[in-house]
Design a protein around this ligand. Structure first.
Ligand code: G3P
Ligand code: MG
Length: 347
């Protein structure tokens, strides 16, 4: 069932070894650090038979805060230095093309409102609005949510009847699904102007981008929790019931190819930073091990990217539910067992 065969010996292959770690369900359960997580990272930080640092990145479908702030928090929790050069989250990939929307009004969803607005602006988006701004502009847009005093204080005053929204970015897991679905539908059906019943002649369709397809993820609770993928299904279910078809959207996050290409580029840079391509005189071909808890995202994406994949039993995947939907290279009890198996296999 699992291919344990040792990879082909290659003089430089140890120089090109790298790991990509999923976070939720592998290193953390919500705010709680899994004890084996620190031991696993200590091995990669040099506490291994090679006595060398082995490069790694953290690659999560989570988000909602800046890469700088999340990296600092992870450094404190895990006890090893995590920085934006070895950490990527669901929406990090948006940095590479936010400039195309720099001067267009956009709606962003997920995370805590003023924090997320700051993250979106740090990516270069200038006109960033949230569904709570829409509620503050016209409370009738959704009668079943009352703004808290801090939500009202943080709202950006804007007249949405004259502000055509050009794109909707679902950065992280939305907090108020009903208000969010209602406002998304208003924007999409009016092609940007929320309170118009008909779009303006020749108005372009609104672009819709989701950053995390996870139907479920593992937090502190003993059972997996609904993720951004569940929100997407809720939105598309309502949209289809209203219009007869789901709305076309772009999907980023694990297991999508752009996200894994982004991760490979980050890890390649880390390998070269640590070992330097020049020292081997050849282009480093990374040998990457992805350690994840979700077959649908971590394992599926790693397999499609040609990485080795290790599925752990500390998160979404539960062996009692049967075989995983995507076959990993190896299945391990936890992240420490995964790292030990991979290094032993490579030496
Ligand atoms: O939103 C959190 C969740 O979907 C991401 O989890 O397992 O990719 O770190 P993970
Ligand atoms: Mg996970």
């Amino acid at each position: 069932f699992l291919s344990h065969a040792r990879p082909q010996a290659n003089p430089n292959h140890l120089l090109s070894l790298g790991f990509a770690f999923d976070i939720d369900g592998v290193l953390l359960h919500g705010a709680n650090v899994l004890p084996e997580a620190k031991r696993a990272l200590s091995i990669l930080e040099g506490n291994n038979s090679l006595n060398r640092k082995i490069p790694y990145i953290l690659m999560t479908n989570g988000g909602g805060v800046s890469e700088e702030d999340r990296s600092k928090q992870l450094t404190e929790r895990l006890g090893f230095e995590i920085t934006p050069s070895n950490f990527m989250q669901a929406h990090t990939i948006l940095k590479s093309f936010a400039h195309k929307y720099a001067n267009k009004p956009v709606l962003v969803l997920g995370g805590k409102r003023d924090v997320l607005r700051k993250v979106a602006k740090s990516y270069g988006l200038k006109h960033v609005y949230t569904t709570l701004d829409v509620k503050a502009w016209n409370p009738d847009v959704w009668p079943f949510h009352d703004l808290t005093p801090e939500e009202r204080a943080a709202a950006t005053p804007v007249d949405f009847s004259t502000t055509p929204i050009s794109a909707i970015f679902v950065f992280h897991d939305p907090r108020n699904w009903a208000l969010d679905v209602q406002v998304m539908i208003d924007i999409i059906l009016s092609r940007g102007i929320i309170d118009r019943r008909r779009p303006v002649e020749n108005a372009p369709p609104v672009e819709l981008v989701f950053c995390n397809p996870d139907l479920q993820w593992r937090s502190e609770f003993s059972r997996p929790r609904l993720g951004q993928g569940a929100f997407r299904e809720a939105f598309q279910g309502v949209f289809k019931a209203l219009t007869g078809a789901p709305y076309p959207h772009v999907q980023y996050g694990k297991p999508t190819t752009p996200t894994y290409e982004f991760g490979e580029k980050m890890l390649r840079a880390r390998i070269e930073e640590l070992h330097g391509a020049l020292s081997t005189g050849c282009e480093i071909q990374p040998r990457i091990y992805m350690v994840g808890d979700n077959p649908e995202s971590d394992i599926a994406g790693a397999n499609a990217a040609g990485w080795s994949s290790i599925l752990v039993r500390t998160g979404v995947y539960d062996p009692a539910d049967g075989l995983p939907t995507h076959k990993p290279t190896y299945e391990a009890e936890n992240v420490e067992a995964a790292v030990k198996w991979a290094i032993d296999r490579e030496i």
